[in-house]
Structures are given as C-alpha cells and as structure tokens.
Design a protein around this ligand. Structure first.
Ligand code: ADP
Ligand code: MG
Length: 600
C-alpha cells in the first residue's frame, strides 16, 4: 500500500533517512520500534504529508503524495489517514462526541449520517454512556478510545498511532493494542512504540537504524502485500461550517475571552474618559461661577479715568463697561422702615464674598446687603432673602429683591450692574469714582487682568482665584492622563498575557485540525472568526460599561458626560486594539507548520 523508494531526509546536517526503501502492506498491525531521536515521528510526518521536504519517493496506492495539491493533501489526510497521538490531542471543553464529530466537519456524509456513525463507533468502543461527557472528565483509557474513534470515523485506509499507549497503564495499554489489532484487520495500522510488550500484538516489527527502515521479524502469513486499486482520496471536500466551529471554540473559552474584552474595554474607556476630563473642569467652573456670579467683574480706580475708560470700551473681550459714581443721599426702604445713606461708594464686586445667598444677577433686580445694614430693617436675618427693598434715588424708585448677605463690617449694599447703570443715569457733571467691566469669556479673565497690570492699571477682580482654579485643573488633567495611560497599559499588558497564554495552549489544536484534513486557510479562518467573536464581545461589554457609567453619573451626580463621539471612539479603539492584539498573539500560531504545532 505504501511504497518508499530511495527516501532521504535530513534536518540541516542531521541525516534521519539515508536512501532507504520500504514497502508497507495494505493491512495489518506494524510496530515501529526505535531509539528516541531515530526518526519515528519524522517518518509519520512524511507519511501524513506534513513534511514534503525530502528526496526519493513516497507513493500511497500508486500516488506520489508529494505531487498532491494542497487541497488533495488535505483530503488524503482526512480520508486515508487516521491519527492517534500519545497525549490524545483531544479538545477540552468539547464532549467525546464533539471530538469525534470534529473529524467529520469536512466529509460529505451529511450531519445525520455522521452523528449516527460517531455514536455507533463510540458505542462499539465501549463509550456509549460517555458520549456527552466532557473530555476532561474521562480517564486516560477512555480518552484514547475517543481518539481512536476520531481516527476511525472517516474509515481511513491507514492509522498512524504515535505512542498510543504511552500515557496508559499496562491493562489499558493491552486493551488499546487489542483494539488496534482488531482495527488492523481491514486497514494498515502503524504504531510507534518503544514497549516490547506492545510489540507482542504486531504482525510485523520494523525499526529505523542508521537511516534505514528495517524489518526485525520475517513476514507473517496473513499480511497482504498486494497492491490495491482504489486510488487515494483526493479533491472531494465539503465546505465546513467554520463560523460555527469558531463560535464553539469561543464559547468554550468564554470566560477568558470575556476577561480580555473587559480589560481592553476598561482600558480604552478609562483613557477616553480622561481625555474628556474637560467636562469635569467645566462643571467646576460652573460651580465656581454659581458661587461667585461676579467672577468676571473688574473694578478700576485710577487718576486718568477717561483714557482708561476709552481703552476698556475698545477691548472686545469686555462687556458692560461703565463709569461708576458716588450716590449721594440714597434712601433704602423695607418693612416700612427707611434708611438714608449720605454717600454710597461703588464696590469691587468680584472680591466681595457672600455670607449667604447669591450675588445679584443681571436683569433680576436683585440686591445684596451687609449684615449691619440688614439689622436696621429686621431682627431675623435668615428671613431677609426674597424680601423687597426699595431704593429711592433722584426721585426715582427701584424695587429690588434681597438675594443675599455679603461679608462687610459697615452699612453697605450692591445691586446688579444693569440696575447700577440705571441709578447713574440721572447723574450729570459729576466726576466718576471708578470703572466697572465684565470679561465675556472665563478663559480671558486672567489675561485681561495681566494686560491691565502691564499698563500700570490696578484692577480689582477674581483673576487670582480663576488662575488658581485653572492651575488646579491643569494639574488634575495631567494626573488624569498619566493615571489613565497607566490603566490602559496595564489593561493591554494583562490582555496580551491572557491572549498569549490562550494561544500557546492551542498549537496542538492547530496541528490536530491539520491532521484531520483542515486546510491552513480554514484553520486561519477559524481563528480569525474567533477573534471576530472576541471583538463583538468587547463591543457589547464596552456598551454595557458606558451605560453603567452613564447611569452611575446620573445617580450620583458625577460630572462625567459621555458624548456620542467618545462612545464611538471608545468602541472603535477597543475593536482596533483587540484586532491588533489578537493578530500579534496569533501570528506565530497561524504561521506554524502543522507538524511543528503537533510537537508543541
Ligand atoms: P523520534 O524517533 O524520537 O520520534 P524524531 O523523528 O522526532 O525522533 O526526530 C529525529 C531526529 O530529527 C531527532 O534528532 C530530532 O532532533 C530531529 N528533528 C526532528 N524534527 C526536527 C526539526 N523540525 N528540525 C530539526 N531537527 C529535527
Ligand atoms: Mg517521536
């Protein structure tokens, strides 16, 4: 059945086979004895077509297997060769039946038929009640029987068993050999072993010595050496459902894959949130503005009032620029009580602080008063807010609502800039006392103050507080960035570690799939599909994380706002990172030769 002619094979300078000839019969149990390193596994790789780098000729039923196309070679492995490995090479997480059915993915029988054959085979091998048991729950002997069922499911013309009893105890080993002996009645079974006891079952014992394949015992009667006419299987292959296979692999490793997705999602989301720490800063600025509604006000007292006033009016960063005057004989009326102030001086509002309540807002006719002034109208200061206070000036009345009490030790009050400007309207030919202005943008407050100082104009404003606030947030922003970079790096490191560990455990799976007749492209597709599942899981997890964060920020009023762009960026970068990381992790796996992968 197998003719080896002038076979030479070397690894670099190491010659394993040196111009050897050998002919394997069509059926029977052949034991291949030989010292470790003599070339037994190499011979298997050659027979299975894993290794095509040799001189000489290997023909199987008349076909030179080196001449087979990639597709025909896969079909040959699938239908003509059954593999049994020392360490079983069964897939954990799969049931016994699943493991056998994996070998049927590519045959043309149809699922029903395959299922029946697999069940019958397991039944025959004494595993009828273990079909749906997970591989990891079976004993060594049971596992090896599952492996035999998998090797036989496509009714191959030869079975290559590399130390099939190596991991079994004596009685299990004998049982296994009886089984292989039984199987060898209508096919060729080659068993690698270094156990003389195992050889007792052999029809023929061969050895590799000094590069030659040699018989150690003469032919026994029953071995058939006649050449069979059936050509080797080639070309016939159905499209396997690789997506399903990938999904199955994915679900078996679900927990580990979820851990990877979670780590990546947390990393990218954290990173993107940190880039948006501006939101938190805006919130803090809003809080600051709330507490100090005169935060943007400036107050200037100068010798050269008109020049400075003209200059300020031209500054596009400013609004509500007006000159302030001393109000003489202004009357305040509340609760039927009236109080006349002989002279009310303008105040630098931005540097005043509130005891309680808030600063007067424009357009609302609001007033704030000092405690000593308030006491002239009421004994209970706490009830003051919201009450009406009427200002009478120049024969006009201005009805105001008390908005708060500010910290001052003398009788004083101030109103919003629009009311203040209205009060000044009746004033003629008076010299102004000071100038008031508002800075339009928060970001300009510090610079305006700085520019005035350069012109030797002293302005009273809140630029110091604003600068302190901005500095704090600059520092915080940097801290955020550093921390989130760290989180991202740790998460990437962790997920890479997980992915690499996951991949390293898969070499034998890749080798196995190749032995079962899967093309390299198919194996690659299974792995890529698995990563597609991983990416999808990461997207879902990312979405869940974002939703959770959003909910938490609403419930606990955390000032994080996640915009659509951030959501998209987070999801996109998660997927990108998963793709890049899985490419890196699987690069070696995908590019490892199946024979090499089986050795790992
Ligand atoms: P064994 O009889 O123990 O199965 P092998 O067939 O695995 O021996 O190996 C035969 C010899 O070839 C050994 O010396 C081994 O180190 C060497 N060998 C096997 N595969 C390779 C390889 N891919 N590259 C280099 N040397 C190899
Ligand atoms: Mg070996």
């Amino acid at each position: 059945m197998i003719q080896i002619k002038h076979l030479s094979k070397a690894f670099g300078k190491l010659s394993v086979f040196d111009d050897t000839d050998f002919s394997f019969p069509g059926r029977g149990l052949i034991c291949l004895l030989g010292a470790s390193g003599s070339g037994k596994s190499t011979l298997f790789n050659l027979l299975a077509g894993f290794d095509r780098n040799y001189t000489g000729e290997i023909t199987v039923r008349g076909t030179d297997i080196r001449q087979l196309s990639e597709a025909d070679l896969c079909a040959y492995r699938r239908e003509d060769v059954g593999f049994v490995f020392q360490n079983y090479h069964l897939l954990s997480g799969y049931t016994a039946l699943d493991n056998v059915m994996l070998a049927c993915e590519l045959n043309a029988e149809g699922k029903e038929q395959n299922l029946r054959s697999a069940q019958n085979l397991l039944q025959t091998l004494g595993l009828g009640n273990k079909q749906n048991a997970k591989i990891e729950d079976l004993s060594g002997g049971q596992k090896q029987r599952v492996a035999i069922a998998r090797a036989l499911i496509n009714n191959p013309s030869m079975v290559l068993a590399d130390e099939p009893t190596g991991a079994l105890d004596r009685s299990n080993a004998s049982e296994m050999m009886s089984l292989l002996k039984e199987i060898s009645k209508d096919r060729l079974v080659i068993v690698i072993t270094h156990d003389k006891k195992v050889c007792e079952f052999a029809d023929e014992i061969i050895q590799i010595k000094e590069g030659k394949i040699l018989k150690t015992e003469p032919d026994k009667e029953e071995i058939v050496h006649k050449h069979e006419l059936r050509p080797i299987a080639a070309g016939r292959s159905v499209k396997p459902n690789l997506r399903k296979l990938a999904f199955k692999n994915f679900s078996i490793r679900l927990m580990r894959y979820l851990a990877v997705s979670l780590a990546v999602s947390i990393g990218t989301l954290g990173f993107i949130l940190s880039l948006s720490s501006g939101n938190i800063m805006n919130q803090a600025i809003a809080d600051f503005k709330d507490k100090n509604s005169a935060f943007n006000n400036g107050y200037i007292k100068t010798e050269d009032m008109n020049t400075v006033f003209a200059m300020l009016q031209k500054d596009v960063r400013l609004e509500n620029v007006y000159q302030q005057y001393i109000l003489k004989d202004i009357t305040l009326t509340m609760n039927g009580k009236s109080e006349v102030m002989a002279a009310k001086y303008p105040l630098p509002k931005a540097t005043e602080s509130m005891a309680f309540g808030h600063m007067p807002a424009r357009g609302k006719n609001e007033i704030v008063v000092s405690p000593s002034l308030a006491k002239k109208f009421t004994g209970d200061l706490s009830k003051l807010i919201g009450q009406k206070l009427i200002l009478t000036y120049n024969g006009k009345q201005y009805s105001q609502t008390v908005a708060g009490i500010f910290n001052a030790y003398y009788d004083d009050f101030f109103v919003s800039s629009d009311v203040e400007q209205a009060l000044y309207e009746g004033i003629n030919n008076e010299e102004s006392y000071s100038i008031s202005y508002d800075v339009i943008n928060f970001e300009d407050i510090v610079q305006v103050s700085e520019d005035l100082r350069l012109e030797n104009i002293e302005s009273k404003n809140a630029s110091k507080e604003v600068l302190a606030l901005q500095n704090t947030f600059q520092g915080l922003k940097q801290l955020f960035l550093v921390v989130s970079c760290l989180i991202l790096l740790i998460c990437i490191g962790l997920s890479m570690l997980l992915l690499f560990k996951l991949q390293n455990a898969r070499y034998k799976e890749v080798g196995l799939l190749a032995a079962l007749g899967f093309h390299k492209k198919m194996i690659r597709k299974v792995i890529l599909n698995e990563y597609a599942c991983l990416s999808a899981a990461a997207v879902v997890l990312n979405g869940i994380l974002i939703a959770a964060l959003d909910l938490a920020s609403r419930l606990y009023e955390i000032p994080v706002q996640i915009s659509g762009i951030q959501i998209a960026a987070s999801i996109l970068s998660t997927v990108l990172m998963i793709i890049v990381m899985s490419m890196l992790a699987s690069y070696r796996l995908i590019h490892t030769e199946p024979a090499q992968a089986l050795r790992k």
